[in-house]
Ligand binder design. Structure first.
Ligand SMILES: [Zn+2]
Length: 501
């Protein structure tokens, strides 16, 4: 009986152990099965050379398109931004007021020529179309269903204009922004976004992708880029450098014979500052970059990339943001230099990591970059900029714009959420996007209070990292983080109903 009891006990214990082991195996399998694999991104692999006698950059671009959408694709659209610089282009690359500054040696033109498109060594059909030959349509050799990918190679040659712009060569720098074909954004229910280039704003919109770029150039040039340098070699006075960049939404390079370089590290990020030979303010500029990165790491969340380059250049506007690289115009007055550097670094969070459609919702990244710049000065009092005064100045500037435009034209459009082409003048674009953007984010902060406002910025950064957010996404994110329903409030600002006073 005792024995029987023991046998029974043994059986019960064995059953329990078996049960526990089975449960453990099931839980393990579920966890490993459910563990989300990181979605692969599309990639761009380029082999390029820069010719400083013809001012051309040419070579091959192998694109692997990963279909992370719900649709099946038989063709793709890509932007050909360099064709905005063509003679006769309807898109102007600078406003008439800026022409003299932009073209130091008279009007000059550039372009991009697509020489071939191949897949697996076979030619595939392509067509250059769009109002300004600004779009490349590539017929895919086979249908690409969701989660599938396809690889094709474009051979192209881009000719630079002699212009102080994102793309062009000037006295000191060769700026290689938007020089290559890049896949147009695809929006479900809308299709490919093929907006034309525009002189207002930064007319770009793209998905994050992985980059592997090799470029050869005369060895008397120094190269700054969006990527991390993997290797470099020099032969017969030609240097060949290979860079990689992961999860970045564009790739920019700048070449110069006149660079002077210094660097430091903040958190996990190496900061490279490129000034010109003979500059005496390299350390001061580098310090601004360090302070900006440290402040924004703290306020919004850690910068996820291992390097950031701040590059002085021939550029007609104050500055320009690219992933891991910003251009700072060599014409920025020394008193404004810190402001411009901080604004462009803020874009690494708002545009770089969290993307948005800069063609149609420029207020999202420009407004946040402006307000982030204000936050920088609020948190770094040694720079001597008082945030209250900055808000007051923005308010006065905006009110003057409204008053003058109302007097001159009889009415003024103060709506913010417009396409770049829908702004009638550059001041209207700047006031409605930058200045009113700054005032909008300050008004949200006033409404919800500091704690909820900063939580909302952190959450927005976290939730939309490496993605693109729409205005509705931003509003929903802010509502969720703050517990307020801000939709009506924000929409009244965007639609121009609020009288700012
Ligand atoms: Zn900006």
């Amino acid at each position: 009986m005792k024995k029987i009891t023991l046998n029974k006990k043994t059986k019960i214990i064995s059953t329990i152990i078996l049960f526990v082991v089975i449960i453990a195996i099931v839980v393990f399998l579920c966890l490993t099965g459910l563990k989300k694999e990181e979605t692969p991104l599309s990639s761009y692999k380029m082999e390029l050379s820069y010719d400083n006698t013809t001012h051309t950059i040419s070579g091959s671009e192998e694109i692997t398109f990963v279909n992370n959408y719900d649709n099946m694709f038989t063709y793709l659209y890509l932007h050909l931004y360099p064709n905005a610089f063509r003679e006769g282009a309807s898109a102007s690359v600078v406003s008439s007021a800026e022409e003299e500054n932009a073209y130091p040696n008279g009007i000059s033109y550039g372009s991009i020529e697509v020489q071939s498109v191949t897949s697996d060594g076979e030619s595939i059909d392509f067509n250059v179309e769009g109002e300004d030959q600004n779009i490349l349509r590539v017929e895919l050799p086979s249908e690409v269903y969701p989660d599938e990918s396809i690889t094709f190679t474009i051979n192209f040659i881009t000719t630079l204009a002699n212009i102080n712009h994102r793309l062009g060569y000037g006295e000191n720098t060769i700026n290689l922004g938007n020089f290559y074909p890049i896949i147009c954004m695809y929006e479900s229910g809308v299709g490919f976004k093929t907006d034309l280039y525009h002189s207002n704003g930064d007319p770009f919109y793209s998905e994050c992708a992985d980059y592997d770029v090799t470029i050869s150039y005369p060895s008397n040039y120094m190269l700054a880029s969006s990527g991390q340098l993997m290797e470099a070699s020099t032969e017969n006075n030609i240097t060949t450098s290979t860079m990689t960049g992961e999860k970045i939404r564009d790739f920019c390079m700048v070449l110069s014979e006149n660079f002077s370089h210094t660097s430091s590290k903040v958190g996990n990020t190496i900061i490279n500052y490129y000034g010109y030979n003979g500059d005496t303010n390299l350390d001061t500029c580098l310090q601004v970059c360090e302070d900006a990165l440290a402040t924004f790491n703290e306020l919004f969340g850690e910068y996820p990339y291992s390097q950031l380059s701040i590059v002085k250049s021939n550029f007609v506007h104050g500055g320009m943001e690219y992933p891991n690289l910003v251009l700072i115009s060599d014409e920025v007055a020394s008193d404004d230099l810190a402001y411009v550097i901080v604004h462009e670094i803020a874009h690494q969070w708002w545009y770089g990591v969290v993307g948005n459609d800069e063609n149609n919702h420029a207020w999202m990244d420009e407004g946040l970059a402006e307000y982030s710049t204000l936050l920088f000065f609020e948190n770094n009092s040694s720079y001597g900029q008082d945030s209250e005064t900055m808000i007051d100045n923005a308010l006065q500037s905006y009110k003057t714009f409204v008053r003058v435009y109302t007097n001159v034209t009889g009415s003024v459009d103060t709506s913010m959420d417009r396409a770049l082409s829908a702004f009638n003048t550059e001041p209207e674009y700047v006031q409605c996007t930058y200045t009113k953007g700054l005032l909008l984010f300050d008004a949200i902060r006033e409404t919800v209070g500091d704690r909820k406002f900063f939580k909302a910025l952190e959450d927005y950064y976290q939730d939309f990292s490496f993605k693109n957010a729409t205005p509705a996404d931003m509003i929903a994110s802010f509502n969720h983080s703050t517990g307020y329903d801000l939709e009506g409030f924000i929409m009244s600002w965007l639609e121009g109903d609020v009288v700012v006073q």
